[in-house]
Design a protein around this ligand. Sequence first.
Ligand code: RP5
Length: 171
Amino acid sequence: MTAPTDVGIVLGSASDWPQVEAAAALLEDWGIPFEVVVASAHRAPKRVQAYAREAAARGLKVIIAVAGMAAHLAGVLAAETTLPVIGVPMPGSHLNGLDSLLSTVQMPAGVPVATMAVGAAGAQNAAIFAAQILALGDPKLKERLKRHKAELEEEVARQADQIPAAYRRGE
Ligand code: RP5
């Protein structure tokens, strides 16, 4: 039997995938079962609605919505499900993602979308944020998140070595 899928990543377009690849790799690396679907709020609204309406019953626990331009995908999904929806604005437009950031973050009261940063960094944070939600009921995942914090700190310490030694603060 395959593990139930915990995270649904919905892309407004396959053109968003390059920004999301690293986030998907992170979920895979951390052993979090996920699926990726393409379903545009504007070009395929029925598909988006059906996905959101069926998500909880299918066993999904978190939805990550990735979209650019007039990005209504996260809001439309959030309108149709009680699952937490994490929105990731894409940068691909002439406005470099300010359009999708505002479209995703400015939800009216009653329909929350947890909005991340624009682009690949936001997608990676969405994966980590999903892991944090799932870790509330998963001690092993909580340990993995603690390790992640330690890895971040180690990486910063390594970066200090890239500064000329003469300028570095003695530690
Ligand atoms: C949005 O429009 C998508 O999420 C994508 O970021 C943007 C452009 O889509 P394509 O024209 O590349 O399919 O709906």
